[in-house]
Every structure is written in structure tokens, then in C-alpha cells.
Design a protein around this ligand. Structure first.
Ligand code: OGA
Ligand code: MN
Length: 267
């Protein structure tokens, strides 16, 4: 099956044009998609029309899925593997997770095995806003000043869930990608509580310096969603954030489905 790979920015991201992922991919096509994901870190499959089951089946090509822990009530009825990311309300209740990405983060970083990646599928989009930012943490690691690399070195950080603080894990500040061997910055401002073995003020100021570095525009791509986009980020070396500046506007309707592919223990 032929398709085009078009880079979306100098930092990361590529669109996949002309590939229908609702049908099983042959092995050669899958290998090319997999390679593109490792090379570009975020893939945007344009123009998809997926049923929930087709979305799940395509996601499973990359590994077993990981049901989201905050999914109670936020999953799609009958599909525990699909997390609903939506601003919609029904009978006074949110139909899913209203603001899934308020600050820069990676998914499930507070688990022993954070996600390999997530696949977010746009079903309804607002007329403006609701972009998703992605930041390349491998590129950010390479450009990190020596002083900051040395200060965090082989240290680990504590990650905990903002919704449920009983969910927490220790992971390296800088992790190594299990498939490419590239190092990247793994700490993030939403879920990292502090650096293990450092006093709180030193840990906070070191993390603040690392985050200021990570936020630089040269590492970031802002995705403007189009209907039918299925976005797949490599959660092991990418941070993401949602721009929800219109979240309180009743005319702001943004409705998406997400699957989460299980990852392994960071090293
Ligand atoms: C997510 C997430 C960002 C967005 O679904 O994990 O962070 O733009 N979403 O909705
Ligand atoms: Mn997220």
C-alpha cells in the first residue's frame, strides 16, 4: 500500500497522506509506518473514517493497549480501550475527560510502565482553538546545556498522578528510547513531583531550568486539527499539551477518542 510521509515541522511530526488505517496493513506497509513513527515521533494520519473497533485494531498493531486509570466513566460505552476526550456535556455531566492536557506532560508517566504512545482521533472540532502542542524531548536533550545534564545525570524523579496521588512511580530524569537508543528528557511539569535524593528547593529550581529549556519553540510543533486526523505520538520522547483557551465557551465543541498503547519500564 503506498502513502506519502510529509514532515510537518523542523522539530517533529509528519503527516501520512493516502493511507486508510481502517483496514489491516500488510507487513511491509506497517514496517514503513513504524519506521516513520520512530523517525518523526508524531504521525498524523489524515482523512480517516474509523469505527471505535477499527481505531482499537490499528492501535493494537503497535502493542497491547493500556486502559487509562482515570477511565471510570470517561471511556466509551462498550469500549474500555477508548478514552473519550471531549468538551461535551450530557445531562449536566461531562461525557469524557474535559481537559486532558492542561500542561506539558507525557501519558501515564506515574505508572511503572508509562504509555508507549497514544492515538487521538478527532471526531468533532471547534471553529478555532483546540490545537495540540508536541515537543521533541530527544532534540531538547541533545541541546541541553552540559551543566544541566550533569546536575540531573543518572538521577531519578518521582512522578505522580494529579487526579490520584496514590498512583506514583520513580523514573530516570533522562530516559533511553528502547527502540532507537536515543536519550531524551522524561520529566514534565504536570506529573513530576521532584527529583529523588535532592532537597525540594534544589529539585524545583533544577526542574524549572529544564522545563524552560524544553518549552523553546524550536522543539515544538503545534498541531491544527483537521476532521479525520488520527494523531499518534511517541510518548517515550515527546511531551504534549492541549490549548484550551476557549474551554469555558459553550460554542467550543471538541470531541475525540483516544487509545493508549502500553509501554515498558523506562531506563
Ligand atoms: C491526551 C491529551 C491533548 C489534547 O489525550 O492525552 O493530552 O489536545 N490530549 O486533547
Ligand atoms: Mn495526554
Amino acid at each position: 500500500m503506498s502513502f506519502e510521509i510529509r514532515p510537518l515541522s523542523d522539530a517533529l511530526g509528519a503527516e501520512i497522506v493516502g493511507l486508510d488505517v481502517s483496514r489491516p496493513l500488510d507487513d511491509a506497509t506497517f514496517a514503513r509506518v513504524h519506521r516513520a513513527h520512530l523517525d518523526h515521533l508524531v504521525l498524523v494520519f489524515r482523512g480517516q473514517r474509523l469505527t471505535p473497533q477499527q481505531h482499537i485494531d490499528f492501535s493494537k498493531r503497535f502493542g497491547p493497549l493500556d486502559a487509562h486509570p482515570s477511565q471510570g466513566g470517561a471511556h466509551l460505552a462498550g469500549f474500555p480501550d477508548i478514552l473519550v476526550v471531549s468538551t461535551k456535556r450530557e445531562n449536566g455531566k461531562d461525557v469524557g475527560v474535559r481537559n486532558a492536557g492542561p500542561t506539558w506532560h507525557s501519558d501515564l508517566a506515574y505508572r511503572d510502565r508509562p504509555a508507549l504512545g497514544s492515538m487521538l482521533y478527532a471526531l468533532e472540532l471547534p471553529d478555532s482553538g483546540g490545537d495540540t502542542g508536541f515537543a521533541n524531548m530527544a532534540m531538547a536533550y541533545d541541546a541541553l546545556p552540559r551543566r544541566l545534564k550533569d546536575a540531573a545525570g543518572e538521577k531519578r524523579a518521582l512522578f505522580s498522578s494529579t487526579r490520584n496521588t496514590s498512583l506514583h512511580a520513580l523514573h530516570p530524569v533522562f530516559r533511553t528510547h528502547p527502540e532507537t537508543g536515543r536519550k531524551s528528557i522524561f520529566v514534565n511539569p504536570q506529573l513530576t513531583a521532584g527529583i529523588d535524593g535532592m532537597d525540594a528547593p534544589s529539585s524545583s529550581s533544577l526542574l524549572a531550568e529544564i522545563y524552560a529549556h524544553c518549552r523553546q519553540p524550536e522543539f515544538v510543533y503545534w498541531h491544527k486539527w483537521r476532521p479525520g486526523d488520527l494523531t499518534f505520538w511517541d510518548n517515550r520522547c515527546v511531551l504534549h499539551i492541549a490549548d484550551h483557551t476557549r474551554l469555558d465557551d459553550p460554542a467550543y465543541i471538541r470531541h475525540m477518542h483516544r487509545t493508549t498503547i502500553a509501554g515498558d519500564v523506562p531506563f
